[in-house]
Design a protein around this ligand. Structure first.
Ligand SMILES: NC(=O)c1ccc[n+]([C@@H]2O[C@H](COP(=O)([O-])OP(=O)(O)OC[C@H]3O[C@@H](n4cnc5c(N)ncnc54)[C@H](OP(=O)(O)O)[C@@H]3O)[C@@H](O)[C@H]2O)c1
Length: 250
């Protein structure tokens, strides 16, 4: 899947690719990129009528080359319909919890792990040529047993027991989902690659803030509070010690 010249099928129509969870932050940018490269995109969302997904229909090229399809990742039939005829699939959909997880199995683990199995099975059944599964640094990074001086590479996985003890269910889900995807690829011969982004930040295409941006906003607000407290403490200090203190805010 690459340059414009490769985006036409033998019949002259654009190559079809599928993006799951297409309304999400990262997936929206991916859909935009694929449309700009001339692909026909099957974009799955849980609710095509939800206004938070309306931006997809306004992307350049959407009127000709975007199909919005309703699919929960636990719905086999909907996934099969979404990937039918596609050359490549980008599996991006995954719950990224904002609040404390009450029921890890239904809220995070099942959609992340079984959802990944479901999409891979749908891809096998529909002769998809290549699948990109979006994993995360969450599947790699959280391993207190990893030697400090050894770079984290494909050998390094977050420690599931450690993550469970800390109730980091998203991390558990990302480890199990990525391992499951790689095992599935080995057993079935399906061409699967996984990618592990770290924190993704930048302009939002959709009107809803995702977790990585919530984290950014939280930290910026935290810094502002810190700066205000810092300013008053220094003002007090400079008043009492008859010295001038200059603070520069970036
Ligand atoms: N953002 C980051 O910094 C970051 C870093 C590393 C990895 N990632 C990974 O990148 C992917 C996208 O993350 P994001 O930040 O773009 O998050 P996001 O905006 O919250 O997108 C997640 C998408 O998954 C969909 N989804 C959740 N549960 C689903 C289900 N049961 N069936 C179908 N779709 C479901 C959501 O649909 P609804 O809109 O209907 O809820 C949403 O569109 C995820 O796999 C995440 O683990 C993100």
């Amino acid at each position: 899947m690459a340059g414009r010249a490769e985006t036409e099928s033998a019949g002259g129509s654009p190559e079809k690719v599928c993006v799951t969870g297409a309304g999400g932050y990262i997936a929206s940018w991916l859909v935009k990129l694929l449309l700009s490269r001339g692909y026909a995109v099957h974009a799955t969302v849980r609710d095509p009528c939800d206004p938070k997904n309306a931006h997809l229909g306004r992307l350049e090229g959407a009127s000709e080359n975007l199909r919005l399809l309703k699919a929960d990742v636990l719905d086999h039939g909907a996934l099969a319909a979404a990937v039918a005829g596609c050359r490549g699939v980008f599996h991006v959909a995954c719950p990224v919890p904002t609040d404390k997880v009450v029921d890890p199995e239904s809220e995070v683990l099942a959609p992340a792990v079984q959802g990944t199995v479901n999409i891979l099975q749908a891809c096998s059944a529909n002769n998809v040529r290549k699948v990109v599964v979006v994993s995360s640094t969450a599947a790699v990074h959280f391993n207190p047993k990893w030697p400090r001086d050894r770079p984290k590479d494909e050998e390094c996985w977050s420690d599931i027991d450690f993550c469970k003890e800390n109730e980091d269910w998203y991390m558990v889900a990302k480890v199990v989902a990525e391992k499951t995807a790689l095992e599935y690829a080995e057993q079935s011969g399906l061409n699967v690659v996984t990618v592990c982004p770290t924190m993704a930040l930048g302009p939002l295409l959709r009107p809803v803030v995702n977790v990585s941006h919530e984290f950014l906003i939280y930290n910026i607000k935290g810094c502002i509070i810190f700066a205000v407290v810092f300013y008053f403490l220094f003002s007090y200090y400079s008043f009492n010690h008859r010295c001038d203190v200059f603070l520069i805010f970036y």
